[in-house]
Design a binder for this molecule. Sequence first.
Ligand code: 3PG
Ligand code: MG
Length: 395
Amino acid sequence: MSFRTLDNLDVAGKRVLLRADLNVPVRDGKISDLTRIERLTPTIRELVANGAKVIVCSHFDRPRGKRVPEMSLGPVAAALGEVLGQRVRFAEDCVGVVAQQAVERMGRGDVLVLENTRFHPEEEKNAPGFARELAKLADIYVNDAFSAAHRAHASTEGAAHLLPAYAGRLMQAELEALDAALGNPVRPVAAVVGGAKVSTKLDLLGNLVTKVNALVIGGAMANTFLAAQGHPVGRSLQEAEMHATALDILSRAKAASCEVVLPTDAVVAGELKPGVATQAVSIDAVPADAMILDIGPASVAALVKHLASWRTLVWNGPLGAFETPPFDAATTEFAKAVADATRKGALRSVAGGGDTVSALRKAGVIDQMSYVSTAGGAFLEWLEGKTLPGVAALG
Ligand code: 3PG
Ligand code: MG
């Protein structure tokens, strides 16, 4: 993985097209989480301090090539201005005369946000003409949108080939953290994978068993593995059609000397409801009318014990149905143990994915991981071992 960073880059008086990921979560018309904006500010501040004209472009939501007013980046530009503590201008189109004139009016250290790139259908088609229109606005291209790098779109991929291209500080931090976690990790390295379905994480599991020393499987996904091995799982969520696949993953893990850690006990209940009566049972004693909703206390204790021997941990997906207490217990307890080991310098911990980030926030330890990726889909594709087009274009 080779890419150029902002180190020693002379941007004074230059127009810099900064591909950001301003695709922030919105609830009731308000931005509900500023993390992506906050993580972007070091790059913008550095460019501003060095006298660049910073032209920020991004997609927002999925307008599918049409101008959808609710998906305008206008309000996001205003929020960026507040976080930066600097005036941020806004152009109502990302290409054409409107964008060009807005850029012409910029001085050194100015920040301009362009309207949603996905208002143009050519963006997602990665149309060369559209990429040229974007590139025309600038002298230098900087990509800080790791979380959109799995998309081969005009603003993430096409434009990168038309200008001298660099990784911004956030992109750089993501790539360095991910490389330290799976590319060249300090071993032993373990991966914890949770979530509901084996079917959506097949490529990921297949890639991980060849890379890590231990693979922990949790969440409802573990039920599929347990059922495939002949354990009774009652009414638990599981994918019967994935049993053969699960067994195949286990044998590939064995061939690669990757230890697979499955739960040995479970917290079960009759239904998934907050505060419902629960029972911890051995994995061979799940009642026929019960559902597995979290891994059990013995399994958590075993994981915490394992942690002491691991030097690197990659985590994607909660261990139980963490949105519904008390089924967040195992995830929270494990998260705290990971945070402890990380704080002591015994472990490098890298986590990513929407649910994982929510679970870590809920456990109050999000700031205590070595690195938490802001990416969802891009983090997963990276765990699958795929080349991300937006990253490849920087090489
Ligand atoms: C994300 O939110 O994961 C990225 O911004 C990519 O968005 P997309 O899934 O709409 O391409
Ligand atoms: Mg999304």
